[in-house]
Design a protein around this ligand. Structure first.
Ligand SMILES: Nc1nc(=O)c2c([nH]1)NC[C@@H]1CN(c3ccc(C(=O)N[C@@H](CCC(=O)O)C(=O)O)cc3)CN21
Ligand SMILES: CC(C)C(=O)C(=O)O
Ligand SMILES: [Mg+2]
Length: 252
């Protein structure tokens, strides 16, 4: 699983054969320049989800429910879920936190597949910070119970973020649904990373769990070359110019 947030990135993910595209609310930080995912709105997610779908019609696409849109008031949450699912043509919605178990159940009953997200849930960074979760025995036991709860509530998949790898392995073994890890070690059923982290594209922090497979910072060199060539009169050369044909016959 890889995040993608727009038409070209989802098209690339589909061309690369990724199994699942996640239109993550991390888009707030990677493409909108917000300080956290807390600024991301339902409209942001609809806008990007629709664009991502247009680039990848044949790939399973998960869209994040943003901060404040889920886990607050079940009636209103359901309206948000229905709108987001319908408008983006997502295959599933992802919802953070075990407190949303009743919403997972309601969505499932109404035909919306839900991906649960436990461990580090970035929408709660104000409470938890961005750090390893479930590091104590008590917290590990709580997380195991929460994972069972979201599965029982109907979740079709679980994302586990920033937890000890042995705990993630145990949860993956104990659940029947696929478990996708990020910063959760090698023993989950799948992995997810953020597009901009994988390609080193405009991100300045690198969490421990990020491996870079490409380097989009070369884009800056390309932009410099373009700028220099225009200033030096090198671009546009004849090969990039439409031919002269009018002015020979025009009185000016
Ligand atoms: N570009 C990007 N990649 C992500 O993986 C990501 C986002 N954005 N935005 C939403 C959340 C936030 N995430 C984050 C953000 C920061 C750390 C981080 O700095 N972790 C530190 C550990 C800090 C500590 O333990 O005190 C690290 O070095 O891994 C981790 C996950 C994961 N998600
Ligand atoms: C990091 C993944 C799991 C996510 O939720 C996101 O990209 O928003
Ligand atoms: Mg997210």
């Amino acid at each position: 699983m890889l995040t993608a947030y727009d038409f070209p990135s989802s098209k690339q993910a589909e061309q690369a054969g990724l199994d699942i595209i996640l239109v993550g609310d991390s888009l707030g930080m990677t493409v909108l320049g917000y300080e956290s995912t807390v600024q991301v709105t339902l409209d942001d997610m609809k806008h990007h989800g629709k664009a991502a779908r247009r680039g990848a019609n044949d790939t399973f696409m998960v869209v994040d429910m943003p901060f404040g849109a889920a886990g607050v008031d079940e009636k209103i949450d359901m309206q948000h879920a229905i709108e987001l699912y319908r408008e983006t043509k997502a295959n599933a919605l992802k919802i953070e936190g075990a407190h949303t178990a009743p919403l997972i159940k309601k969505c499932t009953q109404n035909g919306i597949p839900v991906v649960a997200h436990l461990g580090l849930t970035p929408q709660s960074f104000g409470i938890t910070g961005y750090k390893l979760q479930a590091a104590s025995k008590e917290e590990a036991e709580t997380l195991i119970e929460e994972a069972k709860l979201v599965q029982q509530s109907g979740a079709v998949m679980l994302v586990l973020e920033a937890i000890p790898s042995d705990l993630a392995a145990t949860i993956s073994r104990n659940l029947s649904i696929p478990v996708i890890g990020i910063g959760a070690g090698a023993d989950t059923d799948g992995q997810v990373l953020v597009y901009h982290d994988v390609l080193n594209y405009g991100v300045d922090r690198k969490p421990k769990f990020v491996k870079r497979y490409g380097d989009f910072t070369t884009g800056v060199d390309a932009l410099k070359a373009y700028h220099e060539e225009v200033k030096a009169g090198i671009f546009p050369s004849p090969e990039f110019t439409y031919k002269k044909q009018i002015m020979d016959e025009v009185d000016a």
